[in-house]
Design a protein around this ligand. Structure first.
Ligand code: NDP
Length: 475
């Protein structure tokens, strides 16, 4: 093998899959892992299962051997645990590299860390790219969605390789440069926030079927499978149908009936919500999804609540909430959620000076990633037509909203009347109702603020700020 230009550090789940993908679809590469046994085990497995690919992978036992095995200018992808491990690997690598080389962090970094590492890289001389990779192990192996951030000229240097290994949407690679510094990792975090929300809305609809309509898991799975052939076509609806129809080989029961209702998280959804608060962006559907995961973790308390207050007064009356109504509610909820996600991206783009390419964000999510769906193609078109407009005002989505808001309203109203928790769907509806209320109730808030804190307000009938109410004179 001639000296490879690409190296990869970290042969965990994602690193192994990405290594095989690069070897198969791009070029030969060198690999290194902190624990050498893992490298040996990976190479032995690959030689046995995919000998042609093993020929294109050069394993190294030490970091120095790894760096020396690469031809300059090197491009080194780090795929290790996000956080201090990345700083440690960079600190070990930097003395061995020069300013022609490139370090790419492909883990799920917090974009603040990526901004810091980008700034350190500028001072210390080895260029740095922060790259969000979505699609899980399967995506990493056969085509992930890739969101890059950092110096554009260095991205361009490796773009060919990244596009070759990425997912393709009708032939277009899903690997795009989003902006400088932490832009790529920020877009990935928002992707994950939307993923939380999409999953939550599907779970809430499942709950209405299960508790409100007393439908069994297989029947619910069949509905999701049908929906996956319509406007809701997406990876998440597809796998939800498969999850619902699967049977536990041990007990013969539906898998969903034996999975404990306590959801985990690695924190990317939470980061999205925290950043939205910092930026003053409204993303209530994503917030509701994070809240729902947090609440799911309080299993004992929820069980006590059911014991003390009694379960929800379900089922729903027989003739309410037709399947088509629930499908319409999901369509409307999904549009609200994405509209909020893109609003957050726009807020961050302005604040951090990234100029995020909004249509390209939608395009890069069309394949390879967890939130891939048919609707994202329509979103890309809408954002290309009017990049600064909220998605709900784009003609295509406006028509869908007008058609399906009654479904969302009926679904949320019936669920709430019958005590079925639908935090994400109801957040979508409340946000929509706020967005179409020209005269909100914030005049009362301003009156209250002026009353207790003399904060001043604007008037509807005069220009200027800092007006006060009569309570100031009386007080
Ligand atoms: P794994 O737990 O499978 O592997 C972790 C890897 O990190 C191992 O190679 C481990 O090496 C290495 N590592 C940990 N600490 C250090 C350290 N201090 N110095 C050097 N190497 C270290 O993780 P994944 O492959 O699942 O995830 C890797 C990254 O990809 C994470 O940032 C994750 O969030 C992100 N990601 C994961 C996805 C997934 O679906 N799993 C999807 C998208 C992104 P060792 O063998 O020596 O322990």
């Amino acid at each position: 093998m001639t000296e490879p230009r690409i190296g990869l550090i970290g042969l965990g789940t994602m690193g192994r899959a990405l290594t095989l993908n690069i070897a198969e679809n791009a070029e030969p590469l060198a690999v290194y892992n902190r624990t050498t046994e893992r490298t040996h085990e990976f190479m032995a497995q690959t030689r046995a299962s995919e000998p042609a690919l093993a020929e294109r992978i050069l394993p190294a036992e030490t970091l120095l051997e790894f760096v020396d095995s690469l031809s300059s200018p090197r491009a080194i992808i780090i795929m290790v645990d996000a956080g201090p491990a990345v700083d440690k690997v960079i600190a070990d690598l930097r003395p061995l590299l020069n300013d022609e080389d490139l370090i790419i962090d492909a883990g799920n970094a917090n974009f603040h860390d990526t901004n810091r590492r980008a700034a350190e890289a500028e001072q210390q001389g080895v260029p740095f790219i922060g790259m969000g990779v979505s699609g899980g192990e399967e995506g990493a192996r056969h085509g992930p969605s890739i969101m890059g951030g950092g110096p554009k000229d260095h991205w361009d240097r490796v773009a060919g390789v990244l596009q070759a290994i990425s997912a393709k949407y009708q032939g277009t690679p899903c690997a795009t440069w989003m902006g400088t510094g932490g832009a790529g990792h920020f877009v990935k975090a928002v992707h994950n926030g939307i993923e939380y929300a999409d999953m939550q809305m599907i779970a809430e609809t499942y709950g209405i079927f299960r508790d409100g309509k007393r439908r069994d898991a297989a029947a619910i799975g069949a509905v999701f499978a049908k929906w996956n052939e319509g406007p809701l076509q997406s990876y998440l609806v597809e796998i939800s149908g498969k999850v619902a129809t699967a049977t536990d080989p041990e007990t013969g029961k539906p898998m969903l009936d034996i999975i404990l209702d306590r959801a985990g998280q690695k924190g990317t959804g939470r980061w999205t919500v925290i950043e939205a608060q910092h930026l003053g962006a409204a993303i209530p559907v994503i917030e509701a999804a994070v809240l729902a995961r947090n609440t799911s973790a309080q299993l004992d308390r929820r069980q006590r609540g059911e014991h003390v207050f009694g379960p929800a007064p379900a089922p729903l009356p027989h003739d309410t909430l037709a399947d088509a109504t629930l499908e319409g509610a999901m369509i409307a909820g999904k549009i609200m959620c994405y509209a909020q996600g893109f609003d957050l991206l726009a807020a961050a783009s302005g604040h951090f000076g990234w100029r995020l390419p909004m249509p390209d964000v939608a395009r890069v999510w069309r394949e390879g990633c967890i939130i891939r769906s048919t609707m994202l193609n329509d979103m890309a078109t809408a954002l290309a037509d009017s990049p600064d407009e909220n998605l709900i005002f784009a003609p295509f989505f406006r028509a869908l909203i007008e058609k399906h808001i009654p479904d969302l309203r009926e679904t949320v109203a019936m669920a709430q009347m019958h005590g079925l928790a639908v935090p994400a769907l109801s957040a979508a509806l409340s946000w929509f109702d706020m967005m179409r209320t020209g005269r909100s109730t914030a005049n009362m808030i301003q009156g209250q603020r002026d009353f207790f804190g003399a904060h001043g307000f604007e008037r509807t009938d005069k220009d200027g700020k800092g007006f006060h109410g009569p309570w100031a004179m009386n007080g």
